[in-house]
Ligand binder design. Structure first.
Ligand code: HEC
Length: 128
């Protein structure tokens, strides 16, 4: 009887963990996308690569929440959107691979990577 209860609770937890509102950012997906899409653009421009370790976790969280990219001229989220991925997927493998990921999940993946790689994160990261 006791064991049954534990099993039921376990099954309930699994259901919770897989439901959409409990999506946990996957930093590995975020890393691929950041390096292949965000960095490949930055590297070709005067700004150059932007390492996750140039900001603290709090700074990244604030940056992503503000959603102001390129000194506020545009949003960060447009570069995460399905529409943007569709527009570059012919020449970008990561955009093609993640073409159908929901915008909110991909945004959470990128956030997880940036937070993990932040100056004060679990493993400060460079772009390469
Ligand atoms: C089409 C090219 C392009 C793509 C794609 C792109 N960026 Fe940028 N990004 C820029 C440019 C240009 C600047 C610099 C603007 C300036 O300094 O005037 C910039 C600046 C930044 C900065 C420095 C702060 C700021 O906003 O000025 C951060 C952080 C940043 N980008 C994050 C991202 C992230 C995260 C992604 C991917 C989701 C991304 N960028 C995708 C072109 C791009």
């Amino acid at each position: 009887m006791k064991m049954n209860k534990t099993l039921t609770a376990g099954a309930a937890l699994c259901l919770l963990a897989t439901s959409a509102f409990a999506y946990d950012g996957n930093w590995k997906v975020g890393r691929i996308y950041y390096r292949s899409v965000c960095t490949s653009c930055h590297a070709a421009l005067p700004i150059g690569t932007i390492n996750p370790s140039t900001k603290t976790k709090a700074e990244w969280a604030a940056y992503l929440t503000a959603d102001k990219h390129a000194k506020g001229k545009e949003t960060v989220s447009q570069y995460v959107s399905k529409a943007y991925r569709a527009s570059i997927k012919a020449g970008n493998k990561a955009a093609e691979k993640f073409a159908n990921n929901p915008d909110s999940e991909l945004a959470a993946d990128i956030k997880a990577f940036l937070i993990k790689g932040a100056k004060d994160g679990d493993s400060p990261a460079t772009c390469s």
